[in-house]
Design a protein around this ligand. Sequence first.
Ligand code: AKG
Ligand code: FE2
Length: 451
Amino acid sequence: MDAFVTRKKRKSSPESATHGATATCADDASEESTDVKLAILSSLHPRIGQETLLDILLAHDGNVEATTRALKAPRLLKKPGASTAVPAQTSLRSFAISSNTAVASLSPKKAKLLSRKGTTLHLYDPRDVSDHTPCTIIHNFLPAEEANALLLELLEESKSFEKITFKLFDNVVSSPHTSGFYVGSYKELQEQKHEYVYNGSRMTDVRTLTPQLERVRTRVQEAVNREIEARIRTRYGGRKLKYQSPGPWSPNAAFVNCYNGPQESVGWHSDQLTYLGPRPVIGSLSLGVAREFRVRRILPTSTGDDGPDVDDNNKDSNDTNPDAAGQIAIHLPHNSLLVMHADMQEEWKHCVSPAQAIEPHPLAGNRRINITYRYYRAGFHPRNTPRCPCGVPAVLRVVTKKRENWGRYFWMCHAGNVPGKEACAFFRWAEFDDDGNPVPQNQGGTPAAAR
Ligand SMILES: O=C(O)CCC(=O)C(=O)O
Ligand SMILES: [Fe+2]
């Protein structure tokens, strides 16, 4: 087994060098653990079952390149009676339970090792999700009748949902799914309509939480607070992250998304920090048709640009290589609660990509309903945050692409997202205390060019 972890890196062979991603995977894999190697092999050879892959990997001393070469040999693939069925589940946990040898060789893993350029790692098991992503998932979260009652209520609501429109460079585009926005009280509803700005516009359709949304909010709140505590204890070394709110998470708003059919989706993005503050936690409940939620790390580059030309949905409009970090797909079945933890929004992007096929749900047909419960922090109410000279509340963003200043937060003008309006040059570094509360600053901004 030592060979799995101590083998030195080899140079690419001329053969592998002609096969871009394959060459990279094979070279880098030589020092990694069995499960990582299996994940890579599974991505390179999706038609071959994991037990077979493990057997062949073991027979080749843990050498991924040799295993790949052997797998290309026709006798292995075309053996009469040999199964080449696509496994229903390609999760790390299933690698682990498929062989005692694999269990023995498992080591603590880092997500960055697991997903690779051009590959997608599929996670089904809650332990895999919490080990390899900044999320945790609870399956069968609500009692079945409660989940169904909420689903039916929101299917009815969703009949009047609309697509969100926003400006992307010079075009006005609309989201490839519909949504509705809910808050806890009439007062909050009025504030949302008159003080908050989203994508450069005021929201006209704001609703108060329906009875089921309200009831479920309490359950989500309790579960998410438990998950936050567990995450801090088990992953953050016992201390909350810098800027993470120390208080209990108490959701006061919910975006409800409806994906009607396999083609409806949401593109790669991070959720806006403007009203949630830094290091936010989000509780995301899925109902109806099961879909894949994909996540990937944001890779900083020396040339990356976090400047004003990036739209404020933090969409990947200027990302030329969205696959560079590899992707992890988290399976979201009906009645599952996904918690996006405090290390998610600033460091990872997520999306719900179009599906090739979906399995209709008995109550929802082709529809998937998703509720993201969110905690709008008082310190980030627009009356407490900077406003730029155009009169539009500034948006809060974080440097994620440039290595220089990576992780620094800033306020910038949002008017570029208002159709027909040009953004002004308002820019100011944001300052927070350790708990993520804004530190009062004088009002002046700095021209973007002077950064
Ligand atoms: O539908 C989902 O699971 C995710 C939705 C989402 O990312 C969002 O509303 O920001
Ligand atoms: Fe999101």
